[in-house]
Ligand binder design. Structure first.
Ligand SMILES: *Cc1c(COP(=O)(O)O)cnc(C)c1O
Length: 396
């Protein structure tokens, strides 16, 4: 007799429960803001990817509402059939200009972008070399390809050189890295990685989900941060769901990239286009970040302040270079307990343990945003001090 669905669900859920890995998402009872409400508690929110405060920004909401009224609630079809509205095309032109790339294409999410772009570009006989800490959506995207897959040590140009030297091909060679790594907040050494890639004639593929809207002039991203914009052998992909405040993904690069993706990328071909309100929000977000330099300034002054104060208290922020600010607790129980105590104190920050991060490196990940005030950060630091001392993570 075959297995029942109940048996399968029960086995899987029991295993998760037993290993303490069962996820129960926290519910926000108010909009996504620097201060919000979680599980009945008013909190300072250090858990979102809302770097620029765009998720609930008045000007962005107004433009989303305007596009909704003018263009409707849905796109009505996939892009290649009848779902490409003028606003989609206009936004992609603006995005390519912003990124200084020959072309740009928008997909439904950062996740589907990695599926679509890696799945399109990589063929049998190609070699793709991926950073060992790359995002799950890259790993899944690579699973869709028949290229030879190799791993290099995290952000290690020498190891990348070794792997490329051992894996020559007549096909395409590609180096794949996150621009900013989401768990440690470190920046990929893109200048060095691209130099190694070029030595072997490889293209470099940068997933800039946590770098776009955060790094580079006006938030143009990690590729700009390293002065590599406009290079034909660099592909930028990313999300429109983090700093940009709405939802979506993009691929930007070589002038012909867009045309090939339109013809081959399966999420583009088989999944419906973004709804107009989302496009309106993104158009406004792109305008706003270029018009108001104080957004990036506040993001970074808040980031520097919060990291420096945590270090003064004695916490280990694990060498993070970006608004992603991990605080090391070591064992998952300690990180989860600290997260619970912080929430009780009115600070929302999520604990992460294995398998999301390596064993022994359980942490709380904080993300500082432009929307936090000094008072918000001081409030959070006060709670961190009390919780850190109570758990013996910092000296009393
Ligand atoms: C968040 C993230 C994604 C997924 O983006 P979504 O738009 O949320 O699907 C992809 N890659 C990286 C590196 C990410 O951090």
């Amino acid at each position: 007799m075959s297995l029942t669905l109940s048996a399968r669900l029960n086995t899987e859920l029991s295993a998760l429960r037993d290993s303490g890995l069962l996820i129960r998402p926290r519910v926000l009872e108010a909009p996504q803001r620097a201060r919000t409400r979680v599980d009945g508690v008013d909190v300072v929110n250090l858990a979102s990817n809302n770097y620029l405060g765009f998720a609930d920004h008045p000007e962005i909401k107004a433009r989303a509402a305007e596009y909704l009224q003018t263009w409707g609630a849905g796109a009505g079809a996939v892009r290649t059939i009848a779902g490409t509205l003028q606003i989609h095309e206009d936004f992609e032109t603006q995005l390519a200009e912003f990124k200084h790339t020959g072309s740009a294409l928008v997909l439904q999410s950062g996740f589907t972008t990695n599926q679509g772009v890696l799945g399109t570009l990589l063929q049998p006989g190609d070699v793709v070399v991926s950073d060992e800490l790359n995002h799950a959506s890259i790993i899944d995207g690579l699973r869709l390809t028949k290229a030879t897959k190799k791993i290099y040590k995290h952000s290690d140009p020498a190891d990348l050189d070794r792997v490329l030297s051992e894996n020559d091909t007549e096909g395409l060679k590609m180096v794949v890295t996150d621009g900013v790594f989401s768990m440690d907040g470190d920046i990929a050494p893109l200048d060095e990685l691209v130099a190694v890639a070029r030595k072997y004639g490889a293209v470099t593929y940068v997933d800039d989900a946590h770098g776009s809207g955060v790094l580079g002039a006006e938030g143009r991203g990690t590729v700009h941060h390293f002065g590599l914009e406009g290079a034909e052998d660099v592909i930028q992909v990313g999300t429109l769901s983090k700093a940009w405040g709405a939802v979506g993904g993009y691929a930007a690069g070589h002038a012909d990239l867009r045309q090939l993706l339109i013809n081959r990328a399966r999420p583009y071909l088989f999944s419906t286009a973004q709804p107009p309100a989302v496009v309106g929000a993104l158009v406004a977000a792109l305008e706003l970040v270029q018009r108001d330099p104080s957004l990036m300034e506040r993001l970074w002054s808040n980031t520097r302040y919060f990291k420096a104060e945590l270090a003064t208290l004695g916490f280990d922020t694990m060498g993070s270079q970006t608004p992603i600010t991990p605080v090391l607790f070591g064992e998952p129980e300690a990180a989860f307990e600290a997260s619970r105590r912080l929430l009780a104190e009115g600070v929302f920050a999520v604990g992460l343990g294995f398998p999301t991060v390596p064993r022994g490196l359980a942490r709380i990940r904080n993300i500082v945003t432009a929307e936090h005030t000094q008072a918000d950060l001081d409030f959070a630091l006060g709670a961190y001090e009390r919780v850190g001392k109570a758990l013996g993570i910092i000296g009393a």
